[in-house]
Design a binder for this molecule. Structure first.
Ligand code: TRP
Length: 446
């Protein structure tokens, strides 16, 4: 095993910062509010939390332990940990690397929007009093080439960080970005809570109305849990492979999932009061954050500063996630094609940039290119979150629950108590695969 020359995160804090950095991102601040908004608010949140506890955390543990025990990326881990080289299992690893590329492609576009909005806030244009229609502004911007420009800038920044490597790049950047992100979040939430519509917004988010729950709610809540936890395609396997051997896997997974869910809830607390205060539609879809918030900032004292802070927050959250997505592909190229880090980064990000441009153009020149009513962007988002991630998660849970040697799994889960270790293994063996499959089939045929 490549134990010795593999880079490792250096501190406990670094491990938490990097994993939480991967998990907390647009998934929490941009995607969670619009998914929750579209699926009834509170009921969605309740189902989502259930998915995180019963399915999310065990699969996070599974990915971490695959990485740490093999010291490889998911593709390598599957061959190293399966008896007889896991010829077929490696394809599951491959699926992970491919979906990582697809996710990063549309993710970078949204992260690019945050750059534009940050720029517009700092220059004062976003909150200029003569702007009347945020929807038109958003449509105008995303329809043009500026959107492509910012996507490419974002990917370039990402490239620079990933090039610097695990310790000097990923860990170092996460170490200062994550605390800053938490401070910004709390400031924004307090600010939203004093809006006049706060109560209505909060009850939308926290009082579940289960009459809204159907199979599509459950599938979306599961997809959201996977997306938000960065689970299902090997990102966390790669990070697990950089864990020092003393890192406690169950504890890290729980802290990561806890903080990640908390951030999504806080994002809801920031956004829904504002949506209701200004009489907007919570089910606005992917535009929610970009159309609703600017309207609010415009009407606030010091709105320009709040806007800049918010989009800075979103940018930081996205960057720590895009670097984790990039690292999934980079680690694969380094290990399997024996590329140097520089070449691996160039190859991974080159491919991503190519796809990302198509996603970026989906709102303008390519908005007519649709399949089942979905643009390239929508397809990447829908297919990865609702199909690839759950399938990936199911394969990971079956793999670790049934295929990997039980003693290895048990050793990696220590020092968690016997009860916890058994519960994690039980969930991985029986609950996760069955639940994921059930949700899936129900959605297809239900
Ligand atoms: N979890 C991140 C977010 O919520 C996105 C992300 C990073 C991701 N790495 C991933 C999603 C791997 C799925 C798989 O924004």
């Amino acid at each position: 095993m490549k134990e010795d020359n593999r880079p490792k995160f250096t501190t406990k804090f670094g491990v938490i910062a990097a994993t939480v950095g991967s998990a907390v991102g647009l998934g929490n601040i941009w995607r969670f509010p619009y998914e929750a908004g579209a699926h009834g608010g509170g009921a969605f949140l309740a189902v989502n939390i259930l998915c995180v506890l019963l399915i999310g955390i065990p699969v996070v543990c599974a990915e971490f332990l695959m990485g740490r025990s093999s010291r490889r990326n998911i593709f390598g881990a599957m061959s190293a940990l399966a008896p007889k080289g896991g010829r077929w299992w490696r394809f599951a690893g491959m699926l992970g690397v491919v979906s990582g590329t697809l996710i990063l492609s549309f993710y970078a576009v949204v992260a690019g929007w945050t750059l534009e909005y940050l720029f517009q806030s700092v220059t004062g244009n976003l909150t200029a009093p003569d702007v009347r229609d945020s929807h038109a502004e958003f449509m105008g911007f995303t329809a043009g080439w500026r959107c492509v420009f910012w996507t490419v800038v974002l990917l370039a920044v990402n490239t620079v960080i990933v090039l610097r490597g695990v310790q000097k790049g990923i860990e170092k950047v996460s170490n200062w970005m994550m605390p800053l992100l938490f401070v910004l979040l709390v400031m924004m939430a307090v600010n939203s809570l004093i809006l006049p519509g706060a109560k209505e917004g909060l009850s939308f988010l926290f009082c579940p109305d289960f009459s809204h729950v159907d199979s599509s709610t459950v599938l979306s809540a599961l997809g959201q849990a996977f997306f938000s936890l960065s689970v299902g395609l090997g990102t966390l396997t790669v990070y697990g492979s950089y864990f020092p051997s003393r890192t406690k896997i169950v504890k890290s997974a729980s802290i990561m999932a806890g903080l990640d869910t908390m951030v999504a809830i806080v994002a809801g607390v920031i956004i829904f009061p504002a949506v209701f205060s200004f009489g907007m539609e919570p089910a606005a879809g992917p535009q929610l954050v970009f159309e609703v918030l600017p309207d609010i900032f415009r009407q606030m004292t010091g709105g320009g500063i709040w806007a800049a802070l918010f989009f800075l927050l979103l940018l930081i959250a996205s960057l720590t996630s895009t670097i984790s997505l990039s690292e999934t592909g980079v680690a694969f190229c380094v290990e399997h094609w024996n590329l140097g880090r520089g070449k691996a980064v160039a190859l991974t990000l080159g491919i991503v940039t190519f796809f990302a441009i198509f996603c970026a153009l989906s709102f303008g020149p390519l908005s007519g290119a649709t399949l089942w009513g979905m643009t390239v962007f929508d397809i990447f988002d829908y297919v990865t979150s609702n199909i690839f991630l759950p399938v990936g998660g199911m394969l990971v849970s079956i793999f670790v629950g049934w295929i990997v040697d039980r003693a290895t799994v048990d050793r990696e889960l220590r020092p968690a108590s016997r009860f916890i270790r058994r519960s994690v293994i039980f969930l991985l063996r029986y609950v996760c695969p069955v639940a994921i499959l059930a949700v899936f089939l129900n959605n297809l045929f239900g």
